[in-house]
Design a protein around this ligand. Structure first.
Ligand SMILES: Nc1ncnc2c1ncn2[C@@H]1O[C@H](COP(=O)(O)OP(=O)(O)OP(=O)(O)O)[C@@H](O)[C@H]1O
Ligand SMILES: [Mg+2]
Length: 278
């Protein structure tokens, strides 16, 4: 059984064709009837997904292993094929992006991963500056980062609470600190959206909450929508404005977090025990 909480229904607002003061801002992410099949011979992985993400909101993406969470995120950056349907990231029509435009598309999307994906031997500051490499022309003629970029990177490290670690090698930091560096690196891109795929799966409970609090405050303060996949229901309940639950590639729960209870969300995982074949 599935529930669809319609407190915040997925609206069918068309993308505006031009600037208009009277209209609300268009969504930063706009997905309609998205189907993903990795190859013609493999099953459909995402099936008829509709999803909008707006500035300032944190949306928790729930679902069992294999339900399609990572694939949904990958479809926003051209790492998963859009078999049918439409995906817009900002003004970019992802299904129509040419290979040489992929770099620009990926610059729009800040990404945070479970394993942080920092370069361990490089300093924390250099790792954050790497975020600016997504934009054109970050290096000056001497191959060093511009002063303005360095100042911005230091500001962002201050924002995530670890400016005092700027010159340390990234590998010497704790997991929670490394994840905050990764968040600063994502912010260095001035992203349209932040995608965080299980960003706290390698962290202890206290640090998980610190990192999720940080993502949500960034979303609110900077207006950057955050899509965060999580496996722990209480974390989703406490650290999101909205929840989207996937099951077998379909949205089976969608609504404002405040309107959902843990029991309703648990339907995302219903009968999972029966499917384990160990
Ligand atoms: N590159 C690929 N080629 C073919 N099938 C893939 C590929 N990547 C993922 N899949 C399949 O797509 C389905 C969804 O995988 P996905 O990684 O999106 O799930 P998930 O919800 O992120 O799972 P988890 O919680 O374990 O990270 C799985 O059945 C998986 O085997
Ligand atoms: Mg995944």
């Amino acid at each position: 059984m599935s529930i669809i909480a319609k407190a915040t229904p997925i609206t069918a607002t068309p993308l505006p064709v031009g600037p208009s003061l009277a209209r609300p801002a268009p969504p930063r992410i706009h997905i309609r009837d998205l189907t993903v099949r990795y190859t013609p011979d493999t099953p459909v992985v995402l099936d008829g997904i509709d999803l909008d993400l707006h500035a300032g909101e944190t949306v928790a993406l729930l679902g069992s292993s294999g339900s399609g969470k990572s694939t949904l995120m990958k479809s926003l950056t051209g790492f998963a094929p859009i078999t049918s349907g439409t995906v817009h990231v900002g003004e970019v029509d992802v299904a129509r992006v040419r290979p040489r435009q992929l770099r620009a598309l990926r610059a729009e999307v800040g990404q945070v991963f479970q394993q942080f994906n920092l370069i361990g031997r490089l300093s924390v500051l250099t790792n954050v500056l790497a975020g600016s490499l997504h934009r054109a022309g970050p290096l000056n003629a001497l191959g060093t980062f511009r002063g303005a970029d360095r100042r911005r990177a230091l500001e962002l490290l201050d924002r995530v609470g670890i400016a005092h670690k700027a010159s340390d090698a990234a590998r010497t930091l704790s997991g929670g600190q490394q994840q905050r560096v990764a968040i600063a690196r994502a912010l260095m891109q001035d992203p349209t959206v932040i995608l965080a795929d299980e960003p706290v799966a390698s962290l202890d409970p206290r640090m998980s909450r610190v990192v999720l609090d940080l993502l949500r405050s960034i979303s609110r303060d900077e207006g950057i929508p955050v899509l965060v996949s999580l496996h722990v229901l209480p974390l989703a309940m406490d650290h999101s404005d909205r929840v989207v639950g996937l099951r077998d590639g379909r949205v089976v729960v969608e609504g404002r977090t405040a309107d959902l209870d843990a029991e309703g969300l648990a339907t995302v995982y219903e009968n999972d025990d029966e499917e384990v074949e160990d």
